[in-house]
Design a protein around this ligand. Sequence first.
Ligand code: FEO
Length: 417
Amino acid sequence: MLAREIKPNIFWVGGIDWNLRNFHGYSTERGSTYNAYLIIDEKVTLVDTVKHHLVDEMLERIRSIIDPSKIDYIVSNHVEMDHSGGLPRMMELAPNAVIVTSVNGESGLKNHFATLAALAEKNFGKNFKVVKQGDSLSLGKYTLNFAPIPMVHWPDSMVTYVPEAKLLLSNDAFGQHLASEHLFDYQVGWAVVREEAAKYYANIVLPYDKNVQAALTAIKNLRWEIDMIAPSHGVILTEHISDLLELYQRWSTHSYEHKHAHIHPTHESRPQAVIIYDTMWGSTEKMAKSIQSALETVGLPVSTYSLTHSHISNIITAVMEARYVFIGSPTLNNQMLPTMAAMISYMLGLKPRNKIGFVFGSYGWGGQATKLIEEALRPLDWNFPTKAYAVKYIPTTDALVELQQLVTDSVLKLDSK
Ligand code: FEO
């Protein structure tokens, strides 16, 4: 396996996780990559490493360029083990290398790896160089500038910028879980990159909106000229840098460019409404389809997900991009269905904001589910224009018409004024 040059004397030396299908609960149908970058200069530098099981692949790529023992610096932008898993092995091969990391990075790495803590103690900390906002490090022809971006994704996260190459090594920020034989966005195509970047944002970064805003502002204020963003997952951005920055701005402010898309359709065909439901004997499903029909009739793009068949990490992506969220469950043993409870728990953690919500469902005698869903969603501070709509046993044709009227006359009304 070979290193691949992305800028003069800067090489991608990462690992491709073709068969990854579950990233702690996030379904990764397209696999992922852990991107590491090797800079050949007077001081040879490795930026980030890879997940433990791909260390040999990374080493093979490094060895195609240089003996790993020649590495002087290893920049650790982020402690999480998909990027630091290879660090202990690298320090065995290059024991004099200096790990360059943030304040939280140093403590985090020592907490994760006893061998690194022991090495630091033995060498009086000489194997660690802590950097802060505005610090830089000359490698010879190239310089590294550092900026912490706490909570994008962990408290230790930082980015590294190489001004002479106009290259931002952004670690988790701007990543996508996407394994590909291609290195660059234009080779894979924007539709796929956008889809995976959205899913990544929704499942990893969404709760940290203020931190993303702070990171975007910090990067803007630094006036870095950037013609390449090389994240630690997925493809490298060259053609779609401004597109993705714009989306990060939108997602982190929970704003909607196309609030009136049903009146003024635009080229951006993201779903504007999402229906999430589960069903026992088909009644709640009938209600879901009825709502879908009402939304289609007024020209509102809508996606409909059954919790039995769809993964919550795909559904949360649709929720992030939607203005309207319709949520339906029947009552089972005086509760909502467990699949809905799991979905709500996931949403409470990821905190999608600025939604117009509506709850519906069917019941036999107790009918608690819809009220429980409304209560459970309260911390998200969504706008519910009307109370939940519930039907006993099987929805009649009249009930479905009433449901549709409620949707068009009350739920959609907020945005059509
Ligand atoms: Fe890709 Fe937060 O690790």
